[in-house]
Design a protein around this ligand. Structure first.
Ligand SMILES: [Cu+2]
Length: 170
């Protein structure tokens, strides 16, 4: 290792880079920020209340689903969750919002003429520290690749010079 560092002194910053990666990647799961998000969701002809729900990626979501007029359903796009709910009988839906983005939830039980328009939206905010860590890692890897590319270029340049000297003056 020492001999390698003597011949390639700039390699010394590679351990620093490795340390940087470790520091950034350890808190990666983002579980420290995850909370349990409990909410009541009421289904009625032809809407949900609330019509839009905001949670953070990684949150455990506990929905207490009720129907206040006729039988309704709840189907969450992207997560494939489905639950039927009858008036007067609340249902609980529990899941982890591990996918970031906007997902529609819609009624899955035909409940009347405007049933197809009974749609709500779940907004899962992406985990910023997670993406910042990924971004830093990509930048670091990009920097390392750039360094290796430059090193390789210098080496071949030196080889070119050395070859030129071997050939000597014409
Ligand atoms: Cu419905």
């Amino acid at each position: 290792m020492r001999r390698l560092l003597d011949t390639h002194p700039r390699l010394t910053w590679l351990p620093v880079l490795a340390l940087l990666l470790v520091v950034w990647l350890i808190p990666l799961p983002g579980a420290a920020h995850a909370t349990t998000h409990e909410l009541a969701l009421d289904a009625t002809q032809y809407e949900y209340a609330p019509g839009r729900v905001h949670v953070n990626q990684g949150d455990r979501v506990v929905i207490t689903l009720t129907a206040s007029d006729v039988v309704h359903g709840f189907y969450l796009d992207g997560y494939g969750l489905e639950q039927r709910v009858e008036p007067g009988v609340s249902e609980q839906i529990t899941f982890t919002a591990d996918k970031a983005g906007k997902f529609r939830y819609r009624c899955s039980v035909s409940c009347g003429p405007l049933h197809p328009f009974m749609i709500g939206e779940l907004v899962v905010a992406s985990n910023t520290p997670y993406w910042r860590a990924i971004g830093t890692a990509l930048v670091a890897v990009g920097g390392m690749l750039a360094y290796l590319w430059l090193t390789g270029k210098n080496k071949s340049f030196q080889e070119v010079i050395s070859d030129a000297r071997k050939e000597g003056p014409a």
